[in-house]
Design a protein around this ligand. Sequence first.
Ligand SMILES: C[S@@+](CC[C@H](N)C(=O)[O-])C[C@H]1O[C@@H](n2cnc3c(N)ncnc32)[C@H](O)[C@@H]1O
Length: 232
Amino acid sequence: MNAVSQESSFEAIFETQLGKLYHADCLDLLPTIPSESVDLIFADPPFNLGKEYGDKVDDNREDGEYLTWCYHWLDECIRTLIPGGSLFLYNLPKWNIPLGTYLGQSLTFRNWIAVDIKFGLPIPGRLYPSHYSLLYYTKGKPKTFNRPRVPIPVCRHCGGEIKDYGGHRDKLNPEGLNLTDVWTDIPPVRHRSTKNRQIHLVEVAQPMRQQNAWNAIGLAVRFRTVSQLYKG
Ligand SMILES: C[S@@+](CC[C@H](N)C(=O)[O-])C[C@H]1O[C@@H](n2cnc3c(N)ncnc32)[C@H](O)[C@@H]1O
């Protein structure tokens, strides 16, 4: 975040003590960021599903063209990460398979996190898609990694614990369970035509912060239009 705020030639459109927000094409902005200056990157790009994101965005490309576009900005992400820095890439499993293979040529694979999504649409002839992929890579050995504990799940109606842990409940760590690579507590981010809640910006990143999973906060490359940001 400091690297961008101090040295980018772009003008921030929003600023707090925590950092600056830029509204720009990622392929214009990223090259202005110094190499090996970013602790953490979180990318939530368009999924090439033909959605409407304004005139400047083509979300309906040929598969190869979409992947080539992703490789270009991923190259910039890889360049800007510090040694030990983390990159998170949120996308459909269909895209994260080739994109993960590409990242694996330069970075170290850490996790494929399945982010449970509800209310997805059934696809004819396929299993019902019920997760998005959140890939987690680091540039070499992670600089910071804290494995957090999460609260023991309880029923939202009666408050009782959902599992019995095979009779070994007393052996559980009182601080909570280990965070797994299946996340079920992330609310869906809706397209602006259907969404009706106000705040979405940090929803996917929330577990990282609240549960202190990754202590290093750097540049969040957030693929998001400003109008969406302000309108919710
Ligand atoms: C899947 S959406 C991300 C939604 C967002 N994470 C949210 O929480 O609402 C992809 C976003 O990437 C933006 N985008 C598309 N092409 C871009 C580019 N070349 N540079 C920066 N952002 C881009 C789109 O405008 C859109 O807001």
